[in-house]
Design a protein around this ligand. Structure first.
Ligand code: ATP
Length: 622
């Protein structure tokens, strides 16, 4: 496909104001590509040069981008810089200058998606001495042949964000739209959908049939994505073999599985009421790692499915030594351990192990311990459908003796008192709390279910847990904050049913002066004129931004509010956070923010806890 055509679609997607339209345009574009191109378009549309877990980056910083734009358009660098300061988006700068180039190139050629992608792949692979010059040359070569609009998107690739606002769910919806006809060729599928709609009258049934079919297919595609986190390859398989191809797709060491997630409950009683007899494990405050072993090859993925292997030579070594299985995928939480005091270091210390340089020294200073808690794959077999108790047994057998990798400390109980004691002991040992696990539940990749329930240290008078919110806009600073260009944030939770972001809080506290400037420089690059397509908010910020950054926020409580659209019902009231304050940036995708459902559940739980606390206080005074 010609790159100019891809850019025409990208341009339409960038400007569209409804998610439905966005999905439709994306589906149309994907339907016109061939199997070689479809993956490339998907990766590029997400601002990457391959599946996220491979972490392929162009390695062109802003400085080099400015040089490249100047070189290709014939404008001096300081003019490019000046324009960049004015409009805050190098893509727009390239578009503007690209459209009125001062020099015409002798070697201009028509760009195709394949050419753009392969040039960027070469740019990414270029390393070592003189690499910056080579990168610059290849990048300028692309710009040389580009029109204004093409230059805009080409220049945004190295920045890792094309500003299209396309998330994984939109891509999956677009694929579902394109393959629903094939899906409905199977009689059994049609029958299953008909059965669900049996009760409805003829007209309603007709109306809902298509929607249900797409939803069902989307669930199927997502179930595959959950065990094989590479939408580019999934789309390619679909192009080559249709839905049959997806049937054959199974998990493989080397490709991350989307992690299962924990629900919350506020007390030991409620956990036991929900699960009955359950496993209760210590909750370690480190980072979650997914370890893959395929013979001699060991790969360690983060919670966000990024390859972190080079950061943890001590763990790679331990996996080699302690894990006897040839092919295995298992998960655990890694924590820095103080050999001298025999205690775990706090998170602030553990996090120092996430680094690109000085790895060996830090590994010696703060060796990690890995607490294994689940297993998904063993010697070619998918262990996810097994009940948790069986998986734990399998995991215990797979991990050999040694100090570095051990299983999480755990008890089994159906007694709230025992659970509470174990919780208090964990907190006393400096841990975060506990996670209770349903002994009979399978491993549900990519889902937050009551198979895992977390209970954390409670902060009296506050929400017992922080929430993660996507930033959807900001307010210009006033008074003392004028200098930072940012005074507050408009934030949203994620509505996973409709793939929308719904507003929940305006946040003006918790940010240091450094954070304010960092926020402004990060957010101004994502600004756009109107409300982004996947955002639902009645509160208007001074500047809208596409959901991209996620921040951790603590608040006093959740209240009903007419100001926000999170959970807004027919009565016109939604939910809001009371006294929200920003804690830090989170390395999460916006779709991994706290969901509307979670906020509603937290609101309901909070009511019960407050009632219980009031009752206890009353009992004490009697
Ligand atoms: P999310 O639930 O989205 O991961 P989060 O990053 O805020 O949100 P928590 O709310 O702290 O995570 O709780 C879940 C995390 O707890 C897991 O992802 C894992 O990293 C960590 N964890 C620590 N100990 C355990 C354990 N024994 N079993 C499972 N997870 C554990």
């Amino acid at each position: 496909m010609e790159f100019s055509e891809v850019c025409r679609y990208f341009d339409r997607i960038e400007k569209v104001s409804s998610r439905l339209e966005m999905t439709g345009i994306l589906a149309e574009m994907l339907s016109k590509t061939d199997s070689r191109e479809i993956g490339q378009i998907i990766y590029l549309s997400q601002g990457t040069l391959g599946p996220k877990h491979l972490g392929i980056e162009a390695g062109i910083g802003e400085g080099l981008l400015v040089q490249g734009i100047a070189k290709a358009t014939g404008y001096p660098e300081d003019e490019v810089e000046k324009l960049y300061k004015e409009i805050g988006d190098l893509g727009l700068v390239a578009e503007k200058l690209g459209a009125k180039k001062r020099q015409s190139s002798l070697f201009a050629e028509k760009l195709t998606i394949g050419k753009v992608f392969s040039n960027f792949t070469k740019i990414a692979e270029t390393e070592g001495k003189g690499s910056q010059d080579s990168k610059l040359k290849m990048f300028a070569e692309l710009l040389n042949s580009a029109s204004g609009t093409e230059a805009k998107f080409i220049s945004r690739v190295p920045l890792g964000n094309l500003r299209l606002g396309i998330g994984d769910p939109t891509i999956m919806d677009a694929l579902a739209l394109n393959y629903v006809e094939e899906f409905l060729l199977v009689k059994k599928t049609r029958g299953e959908i008909d059965a669900v709609l049996k009760e409805k009258n003829e007209e309603k049934r007709k109306e809902e049939f298509g929607r249900r079919a797409r939803q069902k297919l989307r669930e199927f595609i997502e179930s595959k994505y959950n065990i094989f986190s590479d939408l580019g390859e999934i789309a390619e398989i679909l192009k080559k073999k249709g839905l049959k191809g997806l049937d054959e797709l199974s998990m493989q060491p080397g490709t991350p599985i989307r992690p299962t997630l924990a629900e919350r409950l506020p007390s030991a009683e409620e956990i036991i009421e929900k699960l009955g007899m359950c496993a209760v494990e210590q909750k370690y405050d480190g980072f979650r790692l997914q370890c893959h072993k395929d013979g001699n090859r060991i790969i360690i993925f983060s919670r966000q499915s990024e390859d972190m292997t080079p950061m943890f030579p001590d763990l790679v070594e331990a996996i080699r030594k302690q894990v006897k299985a040839k092919r295995i995928i298992f998960e655990g939480e890694a924590l820095a351990y103080n050999e001298e005091t025999q205690q775990y270091f706090p998170f602030q210390v553990t996090i120092q192990r996430k680094r690109k340089y000085g790895i060996k020294e830090k590994a010696e200073e703060f060796p990690l311990r890995l607490f294994a808690f689940d297993i998904m794959f063993l010697e070619g077999k998918d262990t996810m459908p097994l009940p948790f108790s069986k998986r734990r047994e399998t995991l215990a057998k797979a991990i050999g003796k040694g100090e570095t990798i051990t299983l999480t400390k755990s008890i089994e109980t159906n007694d709230p008192k025992k659970l509470e004691e174990f919780f208090l002991a964990s907190v006393e040992n400096g841990l975060e709390g506990i996670i209770a696990k349903d002994l009979n539940a399978p491993y549900t990749a990519g889902a937050r279910k009551f198979a895992w329930i977390k209970l954390k240290r409670s902060y009296k008078g506050e929400l017992s847990d922080s929430v993660d919110l996507a930033v959807i806009g900001y307010f210009k600073g006033r008074g003392k904050r004028t200098q930072f260009g940012l005074g507050g944030l408009l934030t949203a939770v994620y509505d996973d049913e409709s793939d929308m972001f719904r507003s929940v809080a305006k946040i003006g506290t918790g940010m240091s002066e450094e954070m304010l400037s960092e926020l402004e420089s990060k957010l101004s690059r994502l600004s756009q004129k109107g409300r982004p397509a996947r955002v639902d908010s009645e509160t208007e910020p001074d500047i809208w931004v596409k959901p991209f950054y996620v921040i951790e926020v603590r608040a006093d409580e959740i209240t009903k509010s007419p100001m926000h659209t999170c959970g807004k019902g027919k009565d016109g009231t939604g939910f809001a956070l009371r006294f929200p304050r920003m804690i830090k940036f989170r390395e999460k995708k916006p779709e991994e923010s706290t969901t509307v459902k979670e906020i509603i559940a937290m609101f309901e739980k909070q009511g019960r806890v407050q009632l219980q606390e009031a009752e206890t206080a009353q009992e004490k005074t009697q």
